[in-house]
Design a protein around this ligand. Structure first.
Ligand SMILES: [Zn+2]
Length: 316
């Protein structure tokens, strides 16, 4: 997500123009549901709870809206090789859409928006709310704040990069009317991503992120809180925003462009949607408290050499 001042769909959209903007950085718990009690005289009632969890999900009627982050006009971040984030978002969302439909989620809707950033955000939320859905997933690719951008030359053109940060991240807003369900799906999705050997972006809860610093809600799944995102707070269904990885990281951009990565993310989304759908309405799974941040240095976290703007992290 690129984050311009105006585009709050994404944390880091690069500002328009050549100047590199402040981009966003960047970037199962299976609740085995309680099975309904079977009639006492039902001799087939002995199915184990785990086996019946999936049976609760009617994939054919479970609607997922896949929101393609940004628009062709307001494309979000710019990759290290000068490919607009919107293109990455569209390609990945299409792959996820195909996978979901192949897995039986036939009601999946691919939401592609047009126009300038702010207006497109309002419009996409309005379209999603009018359509109605069980889940809203906004697809993005990450970048970094402008102060962490370095320069290199790619195909004869002076271009921006940052190889220090990378990884996926999942965002939720506490202002979403279905925050608990949003968080539950976010954890399922993040855990699926992690189980496929993807690492989450560890920098977002660090002081040097300045105004992009976020509260880390789940250190296993890589879920952060970002209340102000329009597509998360104004949608009327559970909503998450997925940053699939950093396209301003030169190595990670190549990964993002690969079929292997897109297929992994598509599989993660489909599996987590199936788990979520099959366990809706159940008690939320127990999630380990993130605990001290030093408890599990599972992921690399590079400290930038450049000092961040001297601005105290805002308390939420
Ligand atoms: Zn974005």
């Amino acid at each position: 997500m690129a984050q311009g001042r105006r585009d709050t769909s994404c944390r880091n959209a690069a500002p328009r123009g050549r100047a590199l903007p402040v981009l966003l950085l960047g970037s199962a718990l299976l609740s085995i549901g309680a099975v309904q009690a079977a009639p006492a005289n039902d001799t087939a009632a002995a199915a184990p709870a785990a086996a019946s969890a999936g049976a609760k999900c009617d994939r054919a009627t479970f609607r997922i809206i896949l929101d393609v982050g940004h628009t062709a006009e307001s494309y979000g971040a710019m990759s290290a090789r000068n490919v607009p984030e919107f293109e990455y978002n569209l390609n990945l969302a299409r792959r996820i859409d195909e996978r979901l439909k192949a897995d039986g989620f036939s009601e999946t809707v691919l939401l592609v928006s047009e126009g300038k950033a702010r207006r497109s955000l309002q419009a996409r939320v309005a379209r999603a709310n009018k359509k109605g859905a069980d889940l809203f997933i906004s697809i993005h690719h990450d970048s970094v704040p402008g102060i962490y951008v370095d320069k290199w030359e790619f195909e004869g053109k002076r271009s921006a990069f940052n190889d220090m940060f990378g990884g996926y991240s999942v965002f939720v807003s506490k202002q979403n009317p279905h925050y608990r369900d949003s968080l539950r799906f976010a954890r399922l999705l993040g855990n699926q991503m992690a189980s496929k050997e993807m690492q989450f972006a560890r920098q977002y809860d660090q002081w040097f992120m300045g105004k992009f610093q976020r509260e880390l809600l789940d250190i296993e799944a890589g879920v952060y809180r970002y209340d102000q995102l329009i597509v998360l707070k104004n949608t009327t269904m559970p909503a998450v925003l997925l940053e699939s990885g950093s396209i301003i990281n030169r190595d990670e951009e190549l990964v993002m462009a690969s079929d292997e990565h897109k297929n992994k993310v598509a599989a993660a989304v489909s599996s987590s949607a199936a788990e979520y759908c099959g366990t809706r309405g159940r008690a939320p799974p127990q999630v380990a408290n993130p605990g001290p941040k030093t408890a599990k240095p599972a992921h690399r976290i590079a400290q930038p050499h450049k000092p961040a703007v001297a601005r105290p992290a805002r308390k939420r």
